[in-house]
Design a protein around this ligand. Structure first.
Ligand code: ADP
Length: 668
């Protein structure tokens, strides 16, 4: 048994000129309490009070009031949808439990009828507001949505309307509690309820009765003070709440503006050091700190070097200093809590009693109030922001100051990660470019350089297999050609791999301090080992003074450069010619090594392109001197690797060539 109709709709139907108005739950509570206070003030004699709560839980907060109201009248009816123990009863007053799906469960009513006073509040909750509140609550469960619930309805002191409302509600009560028929009838008779049906004349005056009129209406013979007092108290309270809300909103807005402007400044750069530099400046300036520092630190670090600092005038600098972290109570606290930590006053803080060194640090740099905030990104600590206040009195932090520092620290974390990601991206790009170069080289080498020896080998092997009667000498020639071309291919691939590794930076350098003479000797002995008794090579001479300082380079690579240059000199110089290797100082930081020969020389316009990959003067098809065309390109990569230069000099054809390169001096 439930009634789905709405009391508000029925009332609006019966009194067509009524215009429903919007009420927030907070206003309804205020009005209801004011109306109840009027009854409690005992200015009304045995009034009829009908209150309908949507649900038991709303009634529960008011139950106590209704017990007190029951002392004032025996005609009190409270309606509600039961949830736990609300049930029909007549103990203090009449409780009427309606079905949860009754139209009443959407509504909120309070009707008070006395001989000289009548008022009613008849409202229905806006369903849109319920749904919206539900959504909001899901997004943010902590929001106080209850007070912003919205209702539409009527609040009036018109006696006719109030009697009609009472009539409608009493009808419902008699459905749920038929045994109360007599009692209800008594109320109806006493206040002539249900007899007013024809009396609603929508006069403009009545329709637009103002609060003033309403007050006047019943102020003629009852004391309306309790009602008015109550309303004013509510008004004051909500005004106060509003004021507080405005204050916190404007503080919040100010904070957001500040955080925004600081983060915009921080994020302007993609260079991590620049990010930290700007952050320290902005934060120090906006918060009026005497000193603001930012440094990188991880949880496990025991110390940190201060690199970025903002200073107010007259404050001593700590830039370049090393901060001990492991014994700083603030840092310890950050590690444990993951949150910022603060010494409000370093002169009285108890945590500093057990940490003398930190106390001394505070004294040395006049830090009176000291805030440390971690810069964290996704749970990883990246650094620390510190604010120092150096006045003669401890710093009075403004409300929200620490939140602000925390918000900025979060932004610094994000900006740092972004900048680092960008740097990684640059690295990655370079690696990709190197990879692309290798790919292009590979195409070049397979296209031009490997095809020729491979076809030679193939022709030789084919001839050997198809012509079994081939004379022995020719067979030997074929085999030798195939062997030497396959050896050329092996060298080519080896040089190609070396060059690719050098170009893509995949080489590990092991710099050591070396004497040049030693490296030259090693390179020459390597060549002598390769040369067989038949091939003759020019005489090799070394001119390196004993006083030449030591050099610093990766020994293996230095020998490799020398060997390649000497090898070339041997290849392009007739056996009766000469090769000279010299070493001398070149400026304050370098030793210049020269490999000179008396061979065929290089045309002036070729001096630079001999360093290109696969450059060979003879062209790809006439490689009399062997070699891969990659030797000088490899030498240039190696020399560049240690910061040196390599170049060729020659006065022209058959005038000999000189190859020069520089190696860093070892710092003694
Ligand atoms: P290769 O394996 O052909 O020697 P390199 O890169 O070492 O390849 O040299 C490239 C070219 O530079 C050689 O083919 C040659 O034409 C020229 N070149 C190198 N060294 C000398 C030299 N000492 N005298 C004359 N020409 C040289």
């Amino acid at each position: 048994m439930s009634i789905s109709t709405s009391v508000l709709s029925e009332l609006l139907q019966a009194v067509p000129y009524l215009r429903p108005q919007l009420y927030f739950k907070a206003s309804l509570t205020a009005l209801s309490h004011a109306m109840e206070d009027q009854v409690l003030a005992a200015t009304l004699e045995q009034p009829l009070v009908i209150a309908s709560f949507q649900r038991e839980r709303f009634y529960r907060q008011e139950a106590h009031r209704y017990q007190r109201l029951a002392l004032r009248s025996n005609q009190i009816y409270v309606l509600s949808a039961p949830e736990t123990d609300f049930a029909n009863s007549s103990e203090y007053y009449e409780k009427v439990a309606f079905e949860p799906d009754d139209g009443l469960s959407q509504e909120w009513h309070l009707v008070v009828i006395a001989n000289n006073y009548a008022t009613c509040l008849v409202c229905r909750e806006s369903l849109g507001s319920v749904a919206k509140n539900q959504q909001l609550r899901e997004i943010s469960p902590s929001l106080d949505m209850d007070t912003s619930r919205r209702f539409e309805g009527i609040w009036t002191s018109e006696r006719g309307v109030s009697l009609k409302a009472a009539d409608l509600l009493l009808n419902r009560i008699s459905v749920y509690r038929p045994e109360l028929t007599d009692k209800i009838e008594e109320a109806r008779q006493r206040f002539e309820i249900g007899e007013y049906k024809e009396s609603f004349s929508p006069t403009p005056d009545e329709a637009s009765a103002s609060v003033g009129e309403i007050i006047r209406n019943f102020s003629c013979d009852i004391d309306t003070d309790p009602f008015v007092q109550r309303l004013v108290t509510y008004l004051q309270a909500s005004q106060y709440k509003l004021h507080k809300a405005y204050r916190s909103i404007s503080a919040q807005a100010r904070k957001e503006r500040l955080v925004n402007s600081i983060s915009t400044a921080i994020r302007r750069s993609l260079n991590p050091e620049e990010v930290l530099k700007v952050a320290v400046q902005e934060l120090g300036q906006h918060l009026g700190a005497c000193r603001c520092i930012v440094y990188r630190a991880q949880k496990t670090d025991t110390q940190a070097k201060i690199e970025h600092e903002f200073l107010n005038s007259g404050v001593s600098s700590v830039r370049g200093k090393t901060w001990q972290l492991h014994n700083n109570p603030l840092f310890q606290e950050i590690i444990i809590k993951g949150d910022g930590a603060y010494f409000a006053d370093t002169e009285t803080d108890e945590r500093l009693i057990s940490s003398k060194s930190t106390a001394n640090l505070a004294k040395k740099y006049s830090i009176r109030s000291w805030l440390m905030e971690p810069v964290v990104f996704q749970g990883r600590m990246l650094g620390i922001v510190e604010l120092h206040y150096c006045g003669s009195k401890p710093h009075q932090a403004f409300p929200g100051e620490f939140d602000l520092v925390e918000a900025v620290a979060t932004q610094i974390g994000a900006a740092l990660i972004q900048a680092e990601a960008y740097a990684n991206l640059e690295d990655l790009n370079q690696q990709l470019e190197a990879l692309d170069r290798t790919r292009r080289n590979l195409i070049a080498i397979t296209g031009h350089e490997l095809r020729t020896p491979l076809s030679t080998i193939q022709v030789c092997l084919e001839s050997l297999s198809t012509e079994p009667d081939m004379p022995a000498e020719l067979r030997q020639v074929m085999l030798n050609t195939a062997l030497s071309d396959s050896d050329r291919m092996r060298k080519l691939i080896q040089d190609f791999l070396t060059l690719s590794n050098l170009e893509s930076g995949r080489i590990e350098w092991h710099p050591e301090t070396l004497t040049l003479q030693e490296c030259i000797d090693l390179a020459i002995s390597r060549i002598s080992a390769r040369v067989n008794s038949e091939t003759q090579i020019p005489a090799i001479e070394t001119e390196v003074s004993d006083s030449l300082p030591m050099v610093r380079a990766d020994g293996d690579w230095l020998v490799e450069v020398l060997a390649k240059l000497i090898d070339n000199a041997c290849k392009f110089t007739p056996p009766q010619g000469a090769i000279t290797i010299k070493g001398k100082r070149n400026g304050n930081q370098m030793v210049e090594v020269t490999v000179a020969d008396t061979g065929r020389g290089i045309e002036p316009n070729r001096l630079e392109i001999v360093f290109d990959k696969f450059y060979q003067e003879e062209g790809a098809l006439r490689r009399t001197a062997g070699g891969t065309g990659l030797g000088l390109a490899i030498c240039r990569q190696i020399v560049n690797g240690w910061g040196g230069k390599i170049w060729a000099e020659s006065t022209g054809k058959d005038k000999g060539s000189e190859f020069h390169f520089t190696v860093p001096l070892a710092v003694s």
